[in-house]
Ligand binder design. Structure first.
Ligand code: ZN
Ligand code: ZN
Length: 589
């Protein structure tokens, strides 16, 4: 081989390294996926300083013989299939045949591998073979990477801090462990075990090993299939929510993938069960014919395209919705369930603001919604219609109020324990469902106002509103022009609560003006209903009689979703008898 050829090859490797290897986690990913391909049952990842100082991956896989060991570091020497449509066939995760030479070209590598007889140990630095020797015969492969990017200073400075490199590695291994729950993974950084799974082949157990009891005990199983897709996995109860969407994990044919449609569908299915700014923990395995999968071929990306995606999202949406609807979701008040991973102070501040100015906060959060509500609500109704499921448990909850604390929280009990109910959130939920039902009702009963309401608008606003006159009339409002840039409303539907007429009409105008570009009637209904429900409901700091408390609780449990207000806040929290006994040390464990 001529010298020039070698040089250019090394250069090519370095360039490729820039594309494939961006951070410590991408090195870990390449090595771990090689170990998975090698049919390992145990993969150990050892890091020093988050991988900045050292990355070591060892496995008990099939290992390599002496020839393969050396070939592994040569470009295009891969034995792996290298056609994109083969990527998803079982048994090959890899399309990164060039990754190992690339990594070796920008670091120092020590490889020990054996197929069970004589082992091979090689040492490479900057792509050059420094030494090669025979070694012991433990089956499997162990690769140690040090000095990453030592010869590419420009790259080196792109590495992040130890904490952020480490966080990426941990997230990666957690996902790999979930995708391959038949393999036992261990991740150690500076002698601390950060991830440890047993390879039990049991997804729930793996979730438990990764997220702990607090989360694993609040996961609901999902399992279903259609002609093209099998889905299986776990979704969290809405009391477990995270501040980012990193814990929505989708695994297609044993590969962790990213797909916006899937993410959106999962998040949408939690609509109304959570605030928009929070995300659930979801692990879903999807099995399908590999020909339905199309990979975006940038080697580091996990993005994929799925044919028949609507079939898949429908199936997923329906199952998540059902699971949420069928299960009793009252969050447990016993402290440690509250999310602690998010910046706590921020949470606290939000909470305080909420109390001070509940309506504004809720409204503002609400306005930021970017959901595709029409499709959610359309699908939602079909979920409830097609599958006649009645959440008996919540409907049968027989709650007796005891009193109200701070004119805000109703204390109630039943034979299972004690409940706290946010009087505003509960009433808002009840009103929200009532208003929404009334809006959907085709037979609108109208009532005329003693004094018609006139609203003056700017010219452009007037044009926008006028375009929606028909829609507003269909809702039951008798709206007309009334002089220059002014509208008049003489009749309104009966569901509009007395005393709130003008406020609601103004709100309605606001929503239309805000959304004029992509005005969506379903979303409009929803926002208006939430806004009205909020305004007409009992507020915090309002005295309510015992009878009202009784009525509120009775109505709440009849709701489709009794657990959250129209903005996703919880309405009810439970302290079971067991929790209470435990808190007072009547039982010890
Ligand atoms: Zn409210
Ligand atoms: Zn609310």
């Amino acid at each position: 081989m001529s010298k020039i050829k070698v040089m250019s090859e090394n250069l090519a490797n370095k360039i490729a390294a820039g594309e494939v290897v961006e951070k410590c986690a991408s090195v870990v990913k390449e090595l771990v996926e090689n170990s998975i391909d090698a049919k390992s049952s145990q993969i150990n990842i050892t890091l020093e300083d988050g991988g900045l100082r050292l990355i070591k991956v060892d496995d008990d896989g099939i290992g390599m013989d002496e020839i393969d060991a050396k070939l592994a570091f040569q470009r295009h020497a891969t034995s792996k299939i290298y056609r994109d449509d083969d990527l998803f066939f079982i048994g090959t995760l890899g399309f990164r045949g060039e990754a190992l030479p690339s990594i070796a070209s920008v670091s120092e590598v020590e490889l020990k591998t054996s197929m069970g007889d004589i082992g091979t140990k090689i040492h490479i630095k900057g792509g050059n073979l420094l030494s090669e020797e025979k070694t012991d015969a433990k089956k499997g492969t162990s690769i140690t990477i040090t000095n990453l990017f030592y010869n590419t200073p420009a790259r080196l400075k792109y590495l992040k801090t130890e904490q952020s490199e480490l966080a990426n590695c941990v997230a990666l291994i957690e996902r790999e462990a979930l995708a391959h729950n038949d393999i036992a993974f261990t991740l150690i950084n500076n002698n601390h075990v950060l991830v440890k799974t047993s390879g039990s082949k049991n997804l729930h157990k793996t979730i438990h090993e990764i997220y702990g009891l607090n989360i694993s005990s609040k996961m609901l199983e999902i399992k279903d299939s259609c002609d093209d897709f099998d889905i299986y996995g776990y979704i969290c109860k809405p009391e477990i929510l995270k501040s980012n969407r990193n814990h929505i994990i989708t695994i297609v044919n044993d590969r962790v993938v990213r797909n916006n449609d899937l993410n959106r569908c999962i998040n949408d299915a939690y609509y109304m069960y959570k605030p928009d700014s929070k995300y659930p923990v979801v692990v879903i395995k999807i099995d399908t014919d590999p020909t339905l999968i199309d990979v975006n071929i940038h080697p580091t990306k996990q993005d994929i395209k799925i044919s028949k995606i609507e079939v898949l999202t429908d199936l997923l949406f329906k199952n998540i919705k059902n699971a949420l609807y069928k299960n009793l979701l009252i969050p447990n008040g016993n402290n440690d369930n509250v999310e602690l991973t998010s910046p706590l102070n921020e949470e606290k501040n939000d909470f305080i603001k909420n109390i001070i100015n509940e309506d504004n906060i809720e409204e503002n959060n609400y306005v930021q919604t970017k959901l595709n509500l029409s499709s959610i609500i359309k699908e939602e109704s079909s979920v409830y219609d097609d599958t006649v499921i009645i959440n008996k448990e919540i409907k049968l909850l027989d709650l007796h109020p005891i009193g109200v604390i701070h004119k805000t929280f109703i204390v109630a009990e039943n034979e299972d324990g004690m409940y706290l109910i946010d009087q505003h959130a509960a009433h808002e939920r009840i009103n929200y469902e009532k208003v929404l039902d009334a809006m959907k009702d085709k037979k609108i009963i109208k009532t005329s106002m003693l004094i018609p309401i006139t609203i003056e608008l700017s010219t452009s606003e007037f044009i926008d509103i006028k375009q929606n006159f028909e829609f507003i009339r269909e809702l039951g409002f008798d709206i007309d022009e009334f002089g220059i840039n002014t509208i008049i409303i003489k009749e309104h539907p009966i569901w509009l609560n007395q005393g709130y007429e003008e406020e609601t009409i103004r709100k309605m105008i606001d929503i239309i003006l805000m959304d004029k570009k992509k005005f969506d009637p379903v979303e409009f209904n929803d926002r208006l209903a939430a806004s009205m429900a909020c305004k007409m409901s009992i507020k915090a700091n309002m005295d309510i009689s015992y009878d009202v408390q009784v009525e509120l609780l009775k109505e709440l449990v009849k709701c489709k979703n009794p657990y959250n207000c129209a903005h996703g806040r919880p309405t009810i929290i439970k302290f079971s008898n067991y929790d209470l006994d435990k808190m007072f040390k009547r039982i010890m464990n």
